[in-house]
Write a protein that binds this ligand. Structure first.
Ligand code: CP
Length: 306
C-alpha cells in the first residue's frame, strides 16, 4: 500500500498521484459506510482538532467539524474576534499557546497566502489548509475531482474540464488546475479578461466565450465572483457578466448533460441561474458538499498516521 507521509495538508503540489488515489479510496470507504460510522469512531479519539477561520466559511468549516467529530476527535472553534489577537497577540504566539494546551491538528483559513505553510514550519501541530489568500484551497480541489470521478462517473484521464469565471481571485481555481492536470485532465479557463490572470495559471488554454466553454468540454466548474477581493471597475456590471458568462438553461442546452460543479456559495442569477443550480440533473453542487465531509475525514485520518 502507498504510504501517506504528510503531517500537513498545505497544497496540491505536495501530493503524488498515488497519495491522491489513497485519499479518494479512503473517502470512498467512508461514503460506503455513511450511515454507520461506529467502526471509525475511534480513529481520532483523544485528539483535539481546532478550527481557526479568519475568513468566513460555511461548507469548509462545518464539514471539517463533522469529519473530525465522526472520527472521534474533540473539536474546538477558535474565534479571532473574541481572542487575545484583539489585544495584539501574534498568530504565531496564538498557535504556540494552542500547542501548549495539547491541540493536535488545526484547520486554518486565512487571508494571507502562504501563512499555513509558514505556521506548519514553526509548530508541532498538524495543519490542514482550508484556504490561504488567493493561493490554495487543496481540500476543495480534492472534493471537486472526487465528485467528477465518483459521483459524475467521469474518468479524469483526458477529460476536458473548463473553469469558468473569476479565476483571478480564486484559490479554488489554482488548486483545481494543479490537481486535475496531475490526474490527466485537460483543463482550460474561461471568463472576462479583467478577471482572468494576466498570465494563465500553469499555461492552461483560455477560451473566449461561454459557448466554446460549454461545447468544447466534458465538465464545467463554475466559480463564485469574489466580490470581497475585487477592485471596483473589473466588471462593467453583474448583469453584463451574467449575460455573457452566466450558466442558464439555454447555455447548458449547447451540451446537454454536461456535469456542472460550483464550490459555492453561489451567486444565483449571476454565475448560474437558480433553476439550473437547483434542478439540472447534472448539477453536482450538493454532492460536492457531501463528498467534502468524506474527503476531509480521509485527510484527517491519513495525517494522523504520521
Ligand atoms: N467552497 C467553500 O470554500 O465554501 P465556504 O467558504 O462556505 O467554506
Amino acid at each position: 500500500m502507498t504510504p501517506f507521509l504528510h503531517r500537513n495538508i498545505i497544497s496540491i503540489e505536495q501530493l503524488t498521484v498515488e497519495e491522491i488515489r489513497l485519499v479518494f479510496e479512503r473517502a470512498n470507504n467512508y461514503l460506503a459506510n455513511w450511515a454507520d460510522f461506529t467502526s471509525e469512531i475511534s480513529t481520532l479519539t483523544g485528539k483535539t482538532v481546532a478550527l481557526a477561520f479568519f475568513e468566513n466559511s460555511t461548507r469548509t468549516k462545518f464539514s471539517f467539524e463533522i469529519a473530525a467529530r465522526r472520527l472521534g476527535a474533540t473539536v474546538l472553534t477558535f474565534t479571532a474576534s473574541s481572542s487575545s489577537q484583539q489585544k495584539g497577540e501574534s498568530i504565531l504566539d496564538t498557535i504556540h499557546t494552542l500547542e501548549a494546551m495539547g491541540v493536535d491538528m488545526m484547520v486554518l483559513r486565512h487571508q494571507s497566502s502562504g501563512i499555513v505553510d509558514f505556521l506548519s514550519q514553526h509548530s508541532s501541530i498538524r495543519f490542514l489548509n482550508a484556504g490561504d489568500g488567493q493561493r490554495n484551497h487543496p481540500t476543495q480541489a480534492l472534493l471537486d475531482a472526487f465528485t467528477i470521478e465518483n459521483t459524475a462517473k467521469k474518468s479524469l484521464n483526458n477529460l476536458r474540464v473548463c473553469i469558468v469565471g473569476d479565476v483571478l481571485h480564486s484559490r479554488v481555481a489554482r488548486s483545481n488546475i494543479q490537481l486535475l492536470t496531475k490526474l490527466g485532465a485537460k483543463v482550460s479557463i474561461c471568463g472576462p479578461k479583467t478577471i482572468l490572470p494576466k498570465h494563465s495559471p500553469y499555461n492552461v488554454p483560455v477560451l473566449k466565450t461561454i459557448q466554446e466553454a460549454v461545447e468544447q468540454n466534458d465538465v464545467l466548474i463554475v466559480l463564485r465572483l469574489q466580490k470581497e477581493r475585487m477592485e471596483s471597475g473589473l466588471l462593467p456590471s453583474l448583469e453584463e457578466f451574467s449575460k455573457y458568462y452566466g450558466i442558464s438553461s439555454s447555455v447548458i442546452a449547447k451540451n446537454p448533460n454536461i456535469p456542472l460543479l460550483h464550490p459555492a456559495p453561489v451567486n444565483y442569477g449571476i454565475e448560474i441561474a437558480f433553476d439550473v443550480a437547483q434542478n439540472y440533473p447534472n448539477s453536482f453542487i450538493k454532492h460536492q458538499v457531501t463528498n467534502g465531509v468524506a474527503i476531509r475525514m480521509a485527510l484527517l485520518s491519513l495525517i494522523n498516521q504520521i
